[in-house]
Write a protein that binds this ligand. Structure first.
Ligand code: FE
Ligand code: CA
Length: 507
């Protein structure tokens, strides 16, 4: 009698406990994480009935198959989904074959989830020929439809990488408004963060992408609060109070994402999500957390300067404090160690915010820098660039989001010296739906930043990469109209990154 007793009696949709869909993630060479959340009434605001459930726990059956028709079953079992984690399932499957697709499905009684696809990573050192990935960031439900997710799903990449701002905790501020956050309140508590995540997961394009394409994920700020930094809130909350809010946001994030429970359980107000994924000897992805461990915004100053703001170097000496960190010591050590040991042909850093220096304003004696991106942590960036050089890391490529615009950048050993050698390539993907920064204004600044090879903020979309031993083919894809749920897709730019030569080349 699995399940039935626990399903909410008052729900309108008892027939479908899997309305939030399914997802796979955190691939390993012998397994992966399978996710779902049992929620027959996902947007219920009754805190006694989380997602329309009555309390206690519910048994969820699962099957993993070697074929998409779920005939050749290689694993089956039952897991308990508990009220304490909003009836989410995070099933760590292991003991499978390396380097292949699997499919999976959940069931409660006679209610079946849709079938999802998962992958196992190739065996360590396997000579993989090619890898196709998409990366996305910044999907604001209120300011557009998620056609970018649909078109990325159409391309059937091996993996989709989410770089943050997967949800927006706040309410509509600017841009076109096409739909509303259902509860009409900013997310600040466990119940309201859960509600926000549930609403996003109901989007059909997002749901399809998750079912059809395995995910690798990290977060940025809006999963908690705009421009927060560790325990420092942009609204100057008492840090101890803000950590309570952060813990609620992190828990709701965990409950809705295919994260490994053995790595990403919430401990107090902390939750580790940084991780590394190796696709044989071809490519590895160091997935970073740029929010949880970072130093407070430089020149944080109530009541005005809480989050990102512009600072000049003479006006904010704190910018260059050598103890400022974007990643925190433990994550930086883990990253540097992994990069130094890497045998991979391509070394990707999947992370949240713009890494290249970007001088703003037109006064060459006193350029200004945005404090919320790596420009607010120049010593941290400098340590990373030096390490890439000294450890002779092969073909480093940084993937970034947050800034709602496409960029292709050279990352220089010394960010302030235009003649300094290029040590890495940075690709910045535009937003899925969030409105971009002022195109005319930023375009004026680009000539003062010669390492910026491409900038475009007027379009929404995603980035698609075809990775092979000799090169990475880069495609900037755009959707025709973010306010149209039937939006079409086209290609804005094609670039190539060649083995041994950092920086993009016209394709
Ligand atoms: Fe964003
Ligand atoms: Ca952001």
């Amino acid at each position: 009698f699995i399940g039935r007793v626990a399903l909410g009696q008052n729900s309108q949709s008892l027939d479908n406990p899997f309305r939030l869909g399914v997802a796979s993630g955190a691939p390993r060479s012998d397994g992966f994480v399978l996710w779902t959340r049992v929620a027959p009434d996902p947007l219920s605001t009754d805190t006694e009935m989380i997602g329309g459930m009555h309390g206690g726990s519910v048994a969820v059956s699962y099957e993993v198959a070697a074929d998409s028709r779920m005939k050749d079953i290689v694993r089956r079992g039952t897991v308990l989904a508990d009220a304490s984690f909003a009836y989410s399932v995070h099933l760590e499957v292991d003991g499978l074959q390396a380097g292949r697709n699997y499919w999976y499905q959940f069931r409660i009684d006679d209610a079946f989830s849709r079938v999802g696809r998962a992958i196992t990573l190739p065996a360590e050192g396997h000579n993989l020929n090619s890898l196709r990935i998409g990366f996305v960031s910044c999907s604001n439900y209120e300011t557009g439809y998620f056609s970018a997710y649909r078109h990325l799903a159409d391309e059937q990449p091996d993996i989709a990488i989410f770089l943050g701002d997967y949800i927006y905790e706040g309410l509509f501020q600017r841009g076109p408004k096409v739909r509303s956050h259902s509860d009409g309140v900013p997310a600040t508590t466990l119940a309201t963060y859960r509600n926000r995540h549930a609403q996003y997961k109901l989007d059909p394009d997002l749901q399809r992408l998750h079912a059809e394409v395995p995910s690798i994920i990290t977060w940025d700020d809006h999963e908690v609060q705009n421009d927060y930094a560790d325990k420092w809130s942009e609204t100057f909350d008492d840090p101890q109070n803000f950590l309570i809010r952060r813990a609620a946001a992190y828990q709701a994030y965990y409950e809705h994402m295919p994260l490994r429970p053995s790595l990403s359980r919430l401990i107090g107000s902390t939750m580790r999500i940084y991780d590394r994924f190796k696709f044989g000897s071809l490519a590895e992805f160091s997935v970073l957390d740029g929010r949880q461990y970072r130093s407070r915004e430089a020149c944080y100053e109530p009541p005005k300067k809480g989050g990102g703001h512009l600072e000049t170097r003479s006006g904010c000496a704190e910018l260059f404090a050598t103890d400022r960190t974007m990643l925190g010591q433990a994550q930086e050590d883990w990253l540097f160690d992994g990069l130094a040991r890497s045998q991979s042909q391509w070394n990707f850093l999947a992370q949240d915010v713009l890494m290249a220096r970007f001088r703003q304003g037109m006064d060459s004696n006193e350029y200004a820098y945005w404090t919320d991106v790596w420009d607010g942590y120049p010593e941290s960036r400098s340590r990373l660039m030096n390490h890439l050089r000294e450890a002779k890391v092969r073909n480093p490529v940084v993937m970034s989001g947050d800034i709602h615009s496409f960029w292709a950048n050279d990352l220089k050993l010394n960010a302030d010296d235009d003649k300094s050698p290029v040590v890495a390539t940075e690709l910045v993907g535009t937003s899925v739906s969030s409105p971009g920064p002022n195109y005319e204004l930023y375009s004026k600044y680009v000539p003062n930043n010669p390492h910026v090879k491409f900038f475009e903020s007027r379009m929404r979309g995603y980035v698609f990469l075809e990775i092979s031993e000799k090169q990475v083919d880069v495609h900037f894809r755009t959707v025709s109209d973010v306010t149209n749920p039937e939006s079409t897709v086209s290609t804005l730019m094609n670039y190539t990154i060649e083995d041994g030569r950092p920086g993009v080349l016209p394709a």
